[in-house]
Write a protein that binds this ligand. Structure first.
Ligand code: AMP
Length: 214
């Protein structure tokens, strides 16, 4: 089973991806995580991506498509499926993805759009931090680790915050989402694959809705 999680930054795609990894044994493929890793290691992709990411802009399609193609190709044969988190983000990327999937004989079973209002997103993003070990997502306002300073999922005591989770960059990322990524909702609706979820519901309710869909 292969799925796309669509939605603005802070909608909960990362949180739900971790749940889907644990529950359905799918592999999360987050272009944002891959690009952050590329920037951190100073790879050629990272050198190109850095300024776009810092400004809250989209990294050029050809760069991102290269990154995601390699990640899909590298999946072990026995993988139960993948979750695309943060890709595609433009109609052009979706079209390239369609071609790529035809070429490798795979398809997307469901596209789940998680919808949240902009003012809620800004607050969520300003409080979020992730486990440095497994990527589990926490939040100063909404979800602290159950034991202070210890990840609920993997037990790590190391956490990190994203440099692009500041208020100016967040506003730009939301503008980019509305202008460039939202048209994908119609793109997948026409294909009959779209399922919408209210991402302002509590995390457990969103999980339940995803379960019902899958
Ligand atoms: P994310 O972690 O998904 O919020 O992505 C963080 C940043 O990485 C975005 O603001 C973009 O600069 C870049 N990025 C991630 N995925 C894509 C994509 N599919 N297309 C273009 N840029 C992307």
């Amino acid at each position: 089973m292969n799925i796309i999680l669509l939605g603005p930054p802070g909608a909960g795609k990362g949180t739900q991806s971790k749940y889907l990894e644990d529950h359905f044994k799918l592999k999360q493929l987050s272009t944002g995580d891959m690009l952050r890793h590329a920037v951190a290691t100073g790879s050629p992709v990272g050198v190109v991506a850095k300024s776009y990411m810092e400004g809250g802009k989209l990294v050029p399609d050809d760069v991102v498509v290269g990154v995601i193609s390699e990640a899909i190709d590298a999946l072990p044969k026995e993988t139960a499926g993948f979750i695309l988190d943060g890709f595609p983000r433009t109609v052009q990327q979706a079209e390239v993805l369609d071609q790529l999937l035809v070429r490798i004989g795979k398809n997307i079973d469901a596209v789940i759009v998680v919808d949240v209002k902009d003012d809620v997103l800004v607050k969520r993003i300003s409080g979020r931090f992730t486990c440095a070990g497994c990527g589990e997502v926490f939040n100063d306002f909404f979800r602290l680790p159950q034991a202070e300073g210890v990840c609920d999922r993997c037990g790590s005591s190391s956490f990190k915050r994203r440099s692009d989770d500041n208020s100016d960059t967040v506003r730009e990322r939301l503008v980019v989402y509305h202008q460039q990524t939202k048209p994908l909702i119609d793109y997948y609706k026409v294909k009959g694959k779209l399922h919408a979820i209210d991402g302002e519901l509590p995390i457990e309710d969103v999980k339940r809705r995803i379960n019902e869909i899958l």
